[in-house]
Write a protein that binds this ligand. Structure first.
Ligand code: SF4
Length: 295
């Protein structure tokens, strides 16, 4: 039985376009995410506990979205809608509920461009609608010369190691399945790529591992690979910092102190770690001829 909630708003407009993902709006069809990645910063107390692993479908999302998009058009506002900023738009329940599919249908009807962030191969089911959006979406003026069409699809990874991914992202399809899904979208002419976020210190950040994911990005048709370091929030039992340290204690006890040194009690990695990751990722990406940005 799927939990359902009613909402007052579904489309959140950003003050300025997000340079990283190119979004003007965010939209999350579901609250909570069954993929249960232990590093997920939307879990726990950071967002008031609303984004746990239990999924709730926003049951009145479709009529609210129609109204919001009509209003945006009336105000002459156009922009890319990011689907999946706070919760994957393709949790397991989407298979039977088809809420994300309905939402895409509305987005197509109103000719808005979309950038989907997902870890699920279920997105293949909606390739027909996405092809339709690709044909007719109206891009905001400032992106008309920079994008070929109005659909971008990004697949997220923290590691390509199947064993590690199974522990750290228990509800997510295997890395190889995500790569193969990305290839199908690439072959169908979509702008698609990898979001390697978070890169995990000592677990997926060596030169070899960075090179492997960049090589895979090229091999499986990615136009870009974005990356970012790990952020760990909170001390409460469901907070990702607590969950992540529990994972380390259980599986990599030798890394607990290394992580403490890197984070120094903060939620972010040390500046020197981040600089080093930027340099290494940039150098290897250049060598493989792949961009670290969408444009
Ligand atoms: S798929 Fe994304 S939103 Fe869902 S738990 Fe993992 S990181 Fe969080």
């Amino acid at each position: 039985m799927v939990n359902k909630i009613t909402i007052k708003t579904i489309l959140n407009k950003s003050k300025t376009r997000d340079d990283w993902f190119l979004g003007n709006y965010t939209l999350n069809p579901y609250a909570g995410c069954s993929m249960a990645c232990i590093y997920c910063y939307t879990r726990g107390s950071k967002y008031g506990g609303e984004h746990g692993v239990d999924v709730s479908a926003k049951s009145n999302a479709v009529p609210i979205l129609k109204k919001s998009l009509k209003n945006s058009i009336r105000r002459n506002e156009r922009g890319i809608i990011i689907l999946g900023s706070a919760a994957d738009p393709y949790p397991a329940v989407e298979k039977e509920l088809t809420l994300t599919r309905e939402i895409l249908g509305i987005i197509k009807r109103f000719k808005f461009p979309v950038h989907i962030l997902t870890k699920s191969e279920l997105i293949l089911r909606d390739m027909d609608i996405l092809k339709g959006i690709k044909e007719i979406a109206i891009l905001p003026d400032e992106l008309v010369d920079k994008l070929d069409n109005g659909v971008i699809i990004s697949f997220s990874f923290s590691s390509l190691d199947e064993k590690l991914a199974k522990i750290i992202e228990p509800g997510v399809p295997k890395p190889i399945e995500r790569l193969e899904t990305m290839k199908k979208f690439s072959d169908a002419g979509f702008k698609t790529g990898i979001i390697n976020m978070p890169v995990l210190p000592f677990l997926s950040d060596s030169d070899e591992e960075v090179e492997t994911i960049i090589n895979s990005a090229k091999k499986y048709g990615a136009d870009y690979i974005l990356y970012g370091g790990l952020t760990l929030y909170g001390e409460a039992p469901d907070d990702c910092k607590t969950l992540y340290f529990n994972f380390l204690k259980e599986n990599y006890p030798n890394l607990v102190n290394e992580y403490k040194k890197l984070f120094k009690g903060s939620s972010s990695l040390s500046k020197s770690y981040q600089r080093d990751l930027t340099v290494r990722f940039g150098e290897i990406s250049t060598r493989y001829g792949i961009k670290n940005s969408l444009l």
